[in-house]
Design a protein. Structure first.
Length: 286
């Protein structure tokens, strides 16, 4: 995990701490780090946020699923659940709501450093969203032609976005409402500290590890402000083994619940042995 919030004065990202949503040009910083061990299998690159309550009731409801599913009438007349991010300057917002308006928009790039030479690591941006989200729940509006600019005509971008939804990507199958970064963000987290899949790093061949042990650098286009609510940002690299991926929360939860069940079992067993043989007859002795 690499924390790049920048609250420490010595951090390279400290200069970006008070960045705003619409900073032009974006603040950039670079953090160097070392991998002590090689990553042999495919690598998953996440971004993590702390003290960000995506589970707030009003926040979770602030979306229009019909609009996100490509319904043309909802595109121009979003649900009232999206207030106060339903319209802007008398135009409907697409996508509307607080979830979309707060979409994570930092850009992360990874480089390997070898003899002072920086080699970029290929980051794959497709395949990070759930298949059902990409192909069922999220659809672009329909109409004549495939020109998203025309299909989204009459709408405006969310307040905090630097560009409209039809400019999220240059590739048509990853643009608009079916942009995978957008889809991943729209699946809200249950806890205030969470991580979301950002990119994939695929293993090129079976003879070399995906990421060799050594020096790396992380280039960050710092756009997402978290300092105002005492939040933190981090980049996480993770891989999987034959047992799956590392998830400490599940292990802690299983051990905690198991320990409680064992303790209650011992207590109930004690109660049963101590009081279970009492005379339950209703007969009154002479």
């Amino acid at each position: 995990q690499i924390d790049y919030t920048g609250t420490e004065p010595s951090s390279p990202c400290n200069k970006c701490l008070n960045v705003s949503w619409d900073s032009t040009p974006p603040c950039t910083c670079t953090i160097n780090f070392t991998l002590e061990h090689s990553f042999e299998s495919n690598v998953f690159m996440y971004y993590g946020l702390s003290n960000f309550y995506q589970n707030h009731r009003r926040y979770v409801k602030s979306r229009d699923d019909s609009q996100l599913n490509g319904d043309n009438s909802s595109l121009l007349n979003p649900s009232k659940e999206c207030e106060p991010y339903r319209t802007n300057e008398d135009k409907p917002i697409a996508p509307c709501g607080a979830i979309a308006n707060s979409m994570f928009n930092d850009t992360l790039e990874l480089y390997r450093i070898d003899n002072d030479t920086r080699t970029p690591i290929t980051l794959i941006k497709k395949g990070i969203a759930w298949w059902t989200d990409k192909n069922v729940k999220f659809r672009n509006p329909t109409g004549d032609g495939n020109n998203l600019t025309a299909l989204f005509q009459g709408t405006t971008k969310p307040v905090n976005w630097p560009k409209p939804v039809y400019m999220l990507d240059s590739e048509p199958d990853n643009n608009g409402f079916i942009n995978e970064d957008f889809i991943v963000w729209m699946r809200t987290a249950a806890l205030p500290t969470f991580r979301k899949l950002y990119r994939l790093i695929e293993r090129k061949n079976s003879f070399q590890p995906t990421l060799q042990a050594g020096k790396y650098s992380l280039d960050i286009a710092y756009n997402y402000p978290v300092h105002s609510f005492d939040g933190r940002k981090r980049m996480i690299l993770s891989t999987i083994s034959w047992m799956g991926g590392k998830n400490p929360f599940l292990g802690i939860a299983y051990i905690t619940v198991g320990s409680i069940c064992f303790f209650l079992g011992v207590v109930l067993l004690f109660i049963h042995h101590k009081y279970g043989n009492r005379n339950t007859s209703a007969d009154i002795p002479n």
